[in-house]
Ligand binder design. Structure first.
Ligand code: CO
Length: 134
């Protein structure tokens, strides 16, 4: 069974959104991290056993910039923690799901990540993530 790890929210203005979500959740973000390869800055809030991840584009050609251009700000993805991302990717692939990356890639917050195409997941962008143990 997957655990809900975090919910990703696309935002236009990280500073304003950090303040907004701090007011909604009653806690300050505990971590901010840029993922240069994805062209995003992320900010994380703890919400019980899960997290909220805010994502702001750092480049016009990043997936988050394109998403906001098309659909505006809001819910972007749902992330589930997995134990063995390679095994889960293989399982989903052989079950006919379309994955957006062939190999796990390095995401924010010390994770290996893979995305499942929303077209094969009821319109929801699903992220699988596995903690990297250093
Ligand atoms: Co995420």
């Amino acid at each position: 069974m997957y655990k809900l790890e975090h919910i990703g929210i696309a935002v236009k203005d990280m500073e304003a959104s950090n303040e907004l979500f701090a007011r909604i959740l009653g806690v300050a973000p505990y971590k901010q991290e840029e993922v240069a390869s994805e062209g995003v800055t992320t900010s994380f809030f703890r919400t019980g056993d899960s997290k909220v991840e805010l994502l702001e584009a750092t480049r016009a050609d990043s997936a988050i910039a394109k998403y906001i251009e098309k659909r505006g700000e809001g819910m972007h993805h749902v992330a589930f923690e997995v134990e063995d991302i390679h095994a889960e990717m293989e399982r989903l692939r052989s079950a006919g799901f379309r994955l957006l990356n062939e190999e796990p890639k390095r995401g924010a917050d010390n994770k290996l990540v893979c995305f499942v195409h929303p077209k094969t997941a009821n319109g929801v962008l699903v992220e699988l993530c596995q903690s990297i143990r250093d």
